[in-house]
Structures are given as structure tokens and as C-alpha cells.
Design a protein around this ligand. Structure first.
Ligand code: ATP
Ligand code: MG
Length: 580
């Protein structure tokens, strides 16, 4: 493509100069801005200006933005007869920031709205992606600095404590940029939230201190020279700003993630790399491709929820566990998240016609993300106990804890529904026992009841909205059809995946799932002596809920098996429930 351009510079100059005249700018920025205020996921593009080096090398811009939300890209091509040609591609996004737009405008129109969302306990995420040298670090750094200014100007007056951690993901490892690049682990806790284990959090007291923290961490980031950028970021940098409401201890902490991704490189860009750099480029491209898969599949999943027919729904796998980067950003793609995440994606593109191929891919992907993603609105779902206020939780305790009623003030105190639901069983029961006349059995049963309500509510009622906020719909609850009665004895139907009850043991009932027949003689036949390798379900902290231990496999003989069991997996708690 570059060769085609450089061999036919005059042809492309003429073509593009007439294109500039044709594509008159529409000034609809204000209308677009107002419309974008309400979006949960906003997809923008930013076209950086031509660099001095590119100008010296006679590059010309191959992308024109003729309106606030549209861009046209010219891609050099060759005709069959060898003559130069071009293909015109049009893109429509929520917002396109042209080369003359300053970072202040990008911040005001796209990123600023993330602040009030996180300020009130929400999760906000901004990430920039695109080819190496397209302006991601420039954009994210600029936005971070403006955002810090805004946050620190009001933090004190609005009783907020601000905490920040900065880390980079390099290959499959994560390094703490505030702790001398110490390696740390990212793990999922029992509530499905990703935890950064042992990462340093700083508590900046002023704007200056905050900016210097960001500068220090940026200087520790891994960078190297690429064909397109002398100071190319070779890692994904993540800044997490946590906003704690000091006045209301029950309020959830707000979180703001700012992500500057490493740039993707094409094969011709990396052709001169050393073996080590090639591995690094491969790691970057792999993690970016997993990120794209996650966003795409989350989008497809969201669209499926709008379709009321259960049959149209296929199981969608969102591979967020496949890379460290997507683990950190799980809140953006998770389908079981408690909180809605506001996300701003900035697709950064280099303007040169030489980079048209790369820019086309970046913009195509951005356009695909623009489809309205329906978001779960669990926080407003009155059925879910973790969304209850302290008053509502206390009322429910008084009415549902049996006789004598458990003292709601002792049990719930000032805790919100979310906090009580997160309380460890031991603490929960010991608080219940402080009510005169309440025995351990009653306390345990009540603890289990709260869990049951939590799980049922998650399964029964989920509200979604699609793009337009007014469009809400109720997910149709799957009718509980009676399981068809199978008259063939279960011993003759045993096959991999079937759950089996092995009867009572000293510690309770034993359930297993069939993995495979033990030997060739066990494949066919109906005999009671056949053996099967099975994985064992272990008990969990709740009655009738089990954890599957795939790694614990034992061989069981058919005559010892009691009957078929029906286990239902609940992704909210990640337990299997005995379906009676
Ligand atoms: N909007 C802009 N205005 C002026 N200069 C810009 C703009 N965007 C980027 N630049 C300049 O372009 C160069 C490359 O930008 P930057 O380092 O942000 O790219 P990048 O996308 O982060 O690349 P990589 O993926 O290699 O890290 C820098 O010198 C930067 O100052
Ligand atoms: Mg960069």
C-alpha cells in the first residue's frame, strides 16, 4: 500500500484534494454531544495530526472527517492494469475527533461524564486502542491529567478520599508501577470481583501529588522503538482511581479505570524485530485479540437478551479469563456484574494514507462496537437483596427470621443489603445469636434463607436496557417444565456428563458427575459391574449447593450408584444446586 502511494503520489494528492472539497463539514457537534450523554458505552475515534516526520516524507492524510460522527477513509489500491486506484470506506461512530481537536475537547465530550458516574459509586472505564504510534498514550495521558484536575478540585469539599494504583500488564504478567515494578497477582474473589493482590495504592492529597504519581508510573512503563513510534508503549498500562465516600460508609466505592493499551503492529511493521521482540509483539496482539473477542461476544450476548425467544439464544462464551488484561477489565464484559459500567472506547488512528489499512481495521472494529449493548440494571432491581437499603433489609429480617424474630438492629446495624450479603457466615450467625432465644439452628436456617432469596431473585428478575434508556424489558423467565419421565433404568442410560447420587456418607450425600467409562469393557452393556471414572461434587457452605471438583476423580461401580441426580449450575454463586 505504501509503495503504491509513493509510486503515485500525484494521483493520490489530486484525489484527496478534490475529496476535501466534496466533503464539506457539517457542524452537528452539539446535537451529537447531547445524544451521547446518555450512552453507557460510547465509541469514538481520534485522528491524530500528521507528524513532522510524516510531512517531511510527503505523506498526505487518507482520512477525512466530514461530520462530528463520521469519517471517510481512502485506501490506495492497484487496478488490474497496474494503474493506481483507491477504495473509499465510510464509518459512523458516536463521535469522531478530527486532527484539529484538542485533548480538552475529547475530554469534555467523551471522558468527563465518567467522573460523576464513578463519584456516585459506579464503575467507569476508558480505553484507547489502535495501531502503534496512533496517539493512544498521548490521548490517555492528556485525559488522565484533566480528569485528575477535576477530581481533586472537588474531592475535599465533597468528602471523597481518592486512592490510585498504577500497573502495567506485560505479556502474561502484571507489574506494580508504584512499587518499583514488583510483580503481583490478579485473582477473582468469591463474589466474582477481580482483586489486585498486594498492589500499592497511593492516597494523593493534592492535584500536584496525583500528577507526580502518574508521571512516575509512566516513566517506569516498558517502552521501545517501533517503526511507527520511537517511544512505543510495549505494555498495557492501567490506572485505577478509587473514590471513597467518607460521609456515607455504606456507599459503594466508585472506580475509574483508565487503560492505555499497547499498540498493535502488522507483520510488515515487526519484520525487523529480534526474536524477543517478536514474542512480545505476539503477546500484545494475542491479548488485544482476546480483548476484541470479549467485547464482541459481550455485545452479541447483550443483543441476545433482547430476543425474547429462548430458542434463539445460544450460549456465548466471553473469554475474559484468557488474558490478564481482560481479567482486569472483567467488569466491562461480565454478564453477572452487580454494577453497570460506563465505558468510553477511543479508537486512535494515524492519519497518513500509508496507514490506511491499519486505520480501516481500527475503525471497522470501532463501528462494530457501536451497536447498542443492552446493559443489566441490577442495581435498580428491587428483588435482589444486595440492592436493598438498610431499612429494607431490616424490615425483611423482622418479617422473615422466624420466632423469635432476629433483632434487625443487631444483625444489620447500619449495613446495606450488599454489605450484609457479603458478611461471612460465622459473623452472620454470631450476630443472630445475640438475640435472646435465638438458637444456632434458627440462625443457620435464616442465613441459608437469605442466600436462597439472593439466588432466586437473580434468576427470576433481570432488567435490561438497550442503547435507548427508555427501552427496558423484562427477561422472560424460563417456564419450569416438568422433566420428562424416563422409563429406562438410569443404570442403562449412564453417559459422560450425567450426575449420579451415590447415597449417604458420614459427612452427607455424595454426588458425582460421570467423566468416562473406566475401560473398553465398560463402554457398552448394561451390567452392574461396569465402572465409570467420575468427578466428585464437594459440599459448599449452603444446603443443597455443591462445588464440582473436576480434579478429584474416582472410579465408581454401577451397583453402588443410587440414582440419577439433577444438578443446576448457578453462575451468580458458581455453585451447583440439587434440583429436587
Ligand atoms: N492528537 C495529537 N496531537 C499531536 N501529537 C500527537 C497526537 N497524538 C499523538 N501525537 C504524537 O504522536 C506520537 C505517537 O503517539 P503515542 O505515543 O501516543 O502513540 P501510541 O498510540 O501510544 O503508540 P504505541 O502503541 O506505540 O505506544 C507522539 O510523539 C505523540 O506526541
Ligand atoms: Mg503508547
Amino acid at each position: 500500500m505504501a509503495l503504491m502511494y509513493f509510486n503515485n503520489i500525484d494521483f493520490y494528492r489530486n484525489l484527496l484534494s478534490s475529496a476535501y472539497k466534496d466533503d464539506e463539514k457539517e457542524d452537528a457537534a452539539l446535537a451529537v454531544q447531547i445524544e451521547n450523554e446518555t450512552l453507557d458505552t460510547m465509541i469514538c475515534a481520534r485522528i491524530r495530526p500528521l507528524s513532522e516526520e510524516e510531512k517531511e516524507e510527503h505523506h498526505i492524510p487518507g482520512i477525512l472527517s466530514n461530520s462530528s460522527s463520521k469519517a471517510v477513509l481512502y485506501e490506495p489500491r492497484q487496478k488490474f492494469n497496474g494503474k493506481p486506484d483507491s477504495v473509499k470506506h465510510g464509518f459512523s461512530l458516536h463521535r469522531v475527533f478530527d486532527t484539529d481537536m484538542q485533548t480538552e475537547s475529547v475530554y469534555q465530550e467523551a471522558a468527563q461524564k465518567l467522573v460523576p458516574w464513578a463519584w456516585t459509586g459506579g464503575v467507569s472505564t476508558l480505553f484507547a486502542y489502535g495501531q502503534t504510534g496512533s496517539g493512544k498514550t498521548f490521548t490517555v495521558t492528556g485525559i488522565t491529567n484533566l480528569l485528575i484536575k477535576d477530581i481533586m478540585a472537588i474531592a475535599e469539599a465533597e468528602h471523597r478520599a481518592i486512592y490510585v494504583c498504577c500497573f502495567e500488564i506485560f505479556g502474561k504478567k502484571a507489574y506494580d508501577l508504584l512499587d518499583d515494578r514488583r510483580m503481583f497477582n490478579i485473582m477473582e474473589d468469591s463474589f466474582g470481583k477481580m482483586q489486585l493482590i498486594g498492589v500499592q495504592e497511593k492516597h494523593p492529597a493534592s492535584e500536584e501529588e496525583f500528577l507526580s504519581i502518574i508521571q512516575t508510573s509512566a516513566s517506569l512503563r516498558t517502552s521501545a522503538q517501533t517503526t511507527k513510534n520511537d517511544q512505543s508503549s510495549r505494555s498495557h498500562a492501567v490506572y485505577r482511581i478509587r473514590i471513597v465516600n467518607k460521609k456515607n460508609s455504606e456507599a459503594q466505592d466508585g472506580e475509574l479505570f483508565l487503560v492505555d493499551l499497547a499498540g498493535s503492529e502488522g507483520s510488515q511493521d515487526s519484520s525487523k524485530h529480534s526474536a524477543e521482540r517478536l514474542v512480545e509483539t505476539k503477546d500484545i496482539n494475542t491479548s488485544l485479540s482476546i480483548l476484541k473477542d470479549c467485547i464482541r461476544n459481550r455485545t452479541i450476548w447483550g443483543l441476545q437478551q433482547l430476543d425474547s425467544s429462548e430458542t434463539a439464544k445460544k450460549s456465548i462464551h466471553i473469554p475474559w479469563r484468557s488474558s490478564k488484561l481482560t481479567q482486569v477489565l472483567k467488569h466491562v464484559f461480565g454478564t453477572q456484574e452487580d454494577r453497570v459500567c460506563k465505558t468510553v472506547v477511543i479508537a486512535c488512528v494515524a492519519p497518513s494514507i500509508v496507514d490506511s489499512g491499519h486505520s480501516k481495521n481500527t475503525l471497522r472494529y470501532a463501528e462494530m462496537l457501536k451497536v447498542p449493548v443492552p446493559k443489566m440494571k441490577r442495581p435498580k432491581d428491587a428483588l435482589v437483596p444486595s440492592n436493598w437499603t438498610n431499612e429494607k433489609m431490616k424490615l425483611w429480617i423482622r418479617e422473615n427470621s422466624g420466632t423469635p424474630a432476629i433483632d434487625a438492629d443487631i444483625l444489620a446495624g447500619k449495613l446495606s443489603g450488599m454489605q450484609l450479603c457479603k458478611m461471612p457466615q460465622k459473623d452472620f450467625i454470631s450476630r443472630c445469636l445475640q438475640t435472646t432465644g435465638v438458637e444456632k439452628d434458627q440462625a443457620t436456617a435464616f442465613y441459608q434463607k437469605l442466600w436462597r432469596v439472593r439466588i432466586d431473585s437473580r434468576q427470576q428478575s433481570t432488567t435490561f436496557t438497550a442503547g435507548d434508556k427508555s427501552e427496558t424489558m423484562q427477561r422472560p423467565s424460563r417456564p419450569k417444565t416438568a422433566r420428562p419421565l424416563n422409563t429406562t433404568p438410569f443404570q442403562q442410560r449412564i453417559k459422560p456428563g450425567m450426575c449420579i447420587s451415590m447415597g449417604k456418607r458420614s459427612y452427607g450425600a455424595l454426588f458425582v458427575v460421570v467423566m468416562s467409562p473406566f475401560g473398553p469393557e465398560d463402554f457398552d452393556g448394561v451390567g452392574d459391574e461396569r465402572r465409570f471414572i467420575c468427578a466428585v461434587f464437594g459440599p459448599s457452605m449452603m444446603t443443597d449447593a455443591y462445588e464440582l471438583h473436576i480434579e478429584r476423580q474416582e472410579t465408581f461401580i454401577v451397583k453402588d450408584m443410587e440414582g440419577e441426580a439433577f444438578m443446576e449450575y448457578d453462575s451468580a454463586t458458581r455453585y451447583y444446586y440439587l434440583d429436587l
